[in-house]
Write a protein that binds this ligand. Structure first.
Ligand code: KG4
Ligand code: ZN
Length: 358
C-alpha cells in the first residue's frame, strides 16, 4: 500500500510517501519538510494567518518533491492521508482540502488523520513497537500519557493541567532570548551549562496520578532570570540546563506513575517534537532500565512534525479496516480540537467507521 501523507497543522509544511507491506513493514520513500520558522521569527511565535498562507504557497511544491524523490508517480498511489486536526484550523484546511483535490484528481482513497494518532503510531515506522505500549506524547501543544492497545485504541492516563512540555521549552527560549525553534535552542544552549546551578521546583511531586504541570517551572525560570544582573553566556547555559533537567525529571517522574498503571506493557514509546531532546531521552532511558522496561524512541526527524507519520497512520487505519468511508472522508471538516482519547473512553474511537468525534 502506497500512501501520500500531508501535514500542515502548525508551522511545518510536510509531505511524504510511505509504503506499508502486507506484513506490516514500513518503508519511508520520501519525507519532505519545509519548516516555517523564518516566516514567524519577527513575531516571537507562530502567527496562524502567516502559517496558513505559507502552507498555501509551499504545499504543492513540497508534494511534488516528495513524489519525485520517492521515484513514483501519482498513479502508483493507493491513498492520500492528511492531518484533519487538531491544530491551527487555517493550516489544517489547506492540507485537508489539498488532499481531497489529490484524491479526486487521481481516484485515491482519502484518509483524514488525527495528528496525535500520527505521533502515537510514529515509532512503528522505524522501530519494533508491537501493541500494547505506554505512550508518552510530548509536543508543542500536548503532553499526555496514553495506553495504546491497538490502532484506534487509546486510553488517556494523564495530561497537562497547564502548559505543554514543548510550550514550556518555547517560552523558556523566548525568555532567555534564544530565539526559535525553542526546544532545539534550549537544548543547544544547555550544552556546557550546569544543571544543578538553579534550584527549580519539582511539580506535582506529591500528587497521585500522572498528570503534568509546566507553568510553575516556567515562572521559576523567569524569576531566576530576572534575579541575574547582566546575565553572561554561562548564566544562560546554566539556566537552560537547569530548566531542561527539571523538565526531564518531571516527565520521568509522571511517566513512572503511569508505568505502575500499566505494568503489563513493559514498553515505553516516546513521541512528539520534545522526544527529539537527548537529555529527556537519557532520563527516560534510566527510568526504563531501572524498571526493566524497554524504551522505544523514533529518530528525531520522525519525532517532530512530518508527513511520513501521517501517511503511516493512514496506512495503519486502512490496513485495520478503520479508515472512514470515502464519502465521509470527503465531507470531513478540519478540526481545531480533536482529542485522541478521553479518560476511560479509548474504545469509543476504535470501532466506528466514522472515525473519532471531536
Ligand atoms: O510535534 P511537534 O513538531 O509539533 C507539535 O505537534 O506541536 O513538536 C514541536 C515542539 C515545539 O514546542 C518544539 O520546541 C519542541 O517540540 N521540540 C523540542 C526539541 N525539538 C523540538 N523540545 C525540546 N528539545 C528538542 N530538541
Ligand atoms: Zn506534532
Amino acid at each position: 500500500m502506497l500512501v501520500l501523507g500531508l501535514e500542515t497543522s502548525c508551522d511545518d509544511t510536510a509531505a511524504a510517501i510511505v509504503r506499508r507491506d502486507d506484513d506490516g513493514a514500513c518503508r519511508i520513500l520520501s519525507n519532505e519538510v519545509w519548516a516555517q520558522h523564518e516566516d514567524h521569527a519577527a513575531f516571537g511565535g507562530v502567527v496562524p494567518e502567516i502559517a496558513a498562507r505559507s502552507h498555501v504557497e509551499r504545499l504543492d511544491g513540497t508534494i511534488e518533491r516528495a513524489v519525485a524523490k520517492a521515484g513514483i508517480s501519482f498513479a502508483d498511489l493507493d491513498a492520500v492521508a492528511a492531518t484533519a486536526g487538531p491544530g491551527l484550523v487555517g493550516g489544517v484546511m489547506v492540507g485537508l482540502t489539498t488532499a481531497k483535490a489529490v484524491a479526486m484528481a487521481h481516484g485515491l482513497r482519502l484518509v483524514p488523520v488525527n495528528h496525535l494518532e500520527g505521533h502515537a503510531l510514529s515509532a512503528r515506522m522505524t522501530e519494533d513497537a508491537p501493541f500494547p505500549y505506554l505512550l508518552l506524547l510530548i509536543s508543542g501543544g500536548h503532553t499526555q500519557l496514553i495506553r495504546v492497545t491497538g490502532v484506534g485504541k487509546y486510553d488517556r492516563l494523564g495530561t497537562t493541567i497547564d502548559d505543554a512540555a514543548g510550550e514550556s521549552f518555547d517560552k523558556t527560549a523566548k525568555l532567555l532570548g534564544l530565539g526559535a525553534p525553542g526546544g532545539p535552542k534550549v537544548e543547544s544552549a544547555a550544552v556546557g551549562g550546569r544543571a544543578d546551578r538553579f534550584d527549580l521546583p519539582r511539580p506535582l511531586l506529591k500528587h497521585e496520578g500522572c498528570d503534568f504541570s509546566f507553568s510553575g517551572l516556567k515562572t521559576a525560570v523567569r524569576e531566576a532570570a530576572t534575579g541575574l544582573e547582566n546575565p553572561t553566556g554561562q548564566d544562560l547555559a546554566d539556566l537552560a540546563a537547569s530548566f531542561q533537567e527539571a523538565a526531564a525529571r518531571h516527565l520521568a517522574h509522571r511517566t513512572e506513575k503511569a508505568m505502575a498503571m500499566m505494568p503489563e506493557a513493559g514498553r515505553l514509546v516516546v513521541a512528539g517534537g520534545v522526544a527529539a531532546n537527548c537529555a529527556i531521552k537519557k532520563m527516560l532511558q534510566q527510568l526504563c532500565a531501572a524498571n526493566s522496561w524497554g524504551l522505544i524512541a523514533p529518530p528525531p526527524k520522525y519525532c517532530t512534525d512530518n508527513g511520513a507519520m501521517i501517511a503511516w497512520a493512514g496506512a495503519e487505519r486502512l490496513a485495520a479496516g478503520l479508515a472512514a468511508q470515502q464519502d465521509e472522508a470527503m465531507a470531513m471538516a478540519p478540526r481545531a480540537r480533536w482529542p485522541l482519547a478521553d479518560p476511560g473512553e479509548g474504545k469509543r474511537f476504535g470501532s466506528g467507521r466514522k472515525g473519532p468525534k471531536a
